[in-house]
Ligand binder design. Structure first.
Ligand SMILES: *Cc1c(COP(=O)(O)O)cnc(C)c1O
Length: 389
């Protein structure tokens, strides 16, 4: 059996080495290190893949979120509703811009933002909703877009974990996660589903004016050289990273398929387990999910494969996995509303039943494009031994 790793970047890299080397060397030869032709080409290719009008690359996913909010003109004191169960970057940028983060509970099966909790949190100050497509599964975008329309709110999708996932609307039409809201943000951090070899990120929108505004913001607020119309930032994707991403993008669907296959195999081991809840794929009637994993619509691209251990043995399992040399992750061990930086008097503990429970129950198993059957079988055997045994 190969060494177990949480992600296998080297294994994935080896398969595109030749093309990647050529592409990166071309950047080095050209000396167009920043905003070179590779960045422009990547923009076009990603826009085409996602079916969105504008892709604006930037330095990382956190910047992508921050710049999206700046681009929409959100003002200090505006309330922004997001999930209590996500990586801190999502709420960090809201706070940094002196907007007011309003954290709400998530759904117990998909781990995504709970629609009724959003509805309850809307006030006259609410300006935006930030759904996070957590672990590779999109949030309920039909309901979120309806709420946004009804209350005149912006929707900013945090798509750092779900690039390539499809969303099927109630009318059966499909769109990629990240390009449904007014603006979407993603990360190309190396371990993400589409990762570069350093930091990288991008912003997506179909709105021409917003795209124009954002293109200025990422470049010091310049729309004309040395004319600074708005306060901007310096946030660029460098050309070497764009070259790597161009080599990987044509493989993204295959990468996501490999993740889905691994997930399906894990889940097959756990279907009869009494104390293990496997990841659910849930979109609408076209999604043939049941308890297993949808075969038809790519609604979940498994950035993580996350189980809920419901009999209190999560920590025991974590220890055992570690002693067996099997990496694992606890995403996320502390809900954001309990973090010192983001605690607020407005929160009522009873409103976070699900996130509180999830932080005690979740465990993520190794998930990447190079997982082999013997690894999956071995990891599943250990999980079942500890939790069910
Ligand atoms: C990774 C991630 C980010 C931040 O991306 P960086 O490129 O690391 O800045 C934001 N939100 C979520 C949900 C993430 O997983």
């Amino acid at each position: 059996m190969k060494k177990n790793q949480m992600v296998d970047l080297k294994g994935q890299d080896e398969k595109i080495k030749k093309q990647e080397n050529e592409s990166v060397l071309e950047v080095l030869d050209s000396t167009a290190y920043i905003n070179g032709p590779q960045v422009k080409e990547f923009e076009k290719e990603l826009a085409q893949y996602l079916g969105v009008k504008h892709v604006i690359p930037c330095a990382n996913g956190t910047d992508a979120l921050q710049i999206s909010m700046m681009g929409l003109g959100l003002q200090p004191g505006d309330e922004v509703i997001t999930a209590d169960f996500t990586f801190a970057a999502t709420v960090e940028v809201i706070a940094l811009l002196q907007l007011t983060p309003v954290l709400v509970d998530v759904e117990p099966d998909t781990f995504n933002i709970d629609i009724s909790a959003i509805e309850k949190a809307i006030t006259p100050k609410t300006k935006a909703i930030v759904p996070v497509h957590l672990f590779g599964h999109h949030a309920n975008m039909d309901a979120i877009m309806n709420l946004a329309k009804k209350h005149n709110l912006y929707v900013i999708e945090d798509n750092a974990q779900a690039i390539g996932a499809n969303y099927t609307f109630e009318d059966e039409s499909q769109q990629k996660a990240g390009v449904i809201g007014h603006v979407g943000a993603t990360s190309f951090f190396p371990s993400k589903n589409l990762g570069c070899y350093g930091d990288g990120g991008a912003i997506f929108t179909n709105d021409d004016d917003l795209a124009h505004t954002i293109r200025g913001i990422v470049n010091h607020g310049m729309y004309e050289r040395y004319h600074h119309d708005v306060v901007g930032v310096n946030s660029r994707l460098d050309s070497v990273q764009a070259a790597v991403l161009r080599a990987k993008l044509p493989n993204l669907d295959a990468y996501n398929k490999a993740r889905q296959n691994a997930a399906r195999k894990y889940t097959a081991h756990f279907l009869d387990a009494k104390n293990i809840e496997t990841p659910v794929t849930k979109t609408n009637k076209s999604c043939n999910n049941a308890k297993g994993i949808c075969d038809t619509c790519d609604c979940h691209v498994f950035h993580q494969y996350t189980l809920r251990i419901t009999n209190g043995k999560r920590d025991e399992l974590a220890k055992r996995l570690q002693s067996e040399g099997i990496p694992h992750g606890i995403y996320y061990p502390i809900p954001l509303h309990k973090q010192k930086a983001y605690a607020s008097e407005r929160y009522v503990e009873g409103d976070f039943k699900v996130t509180n429970q999830l932080s005690d129950e979740v465990i993520s198993l190794p998930m990447h494009t190079e997982l082999e059957d013997d690894q999956i079988n071995y990891i599943a055997k250990i999980v079942l031994e500890v939790v069910e045994g």
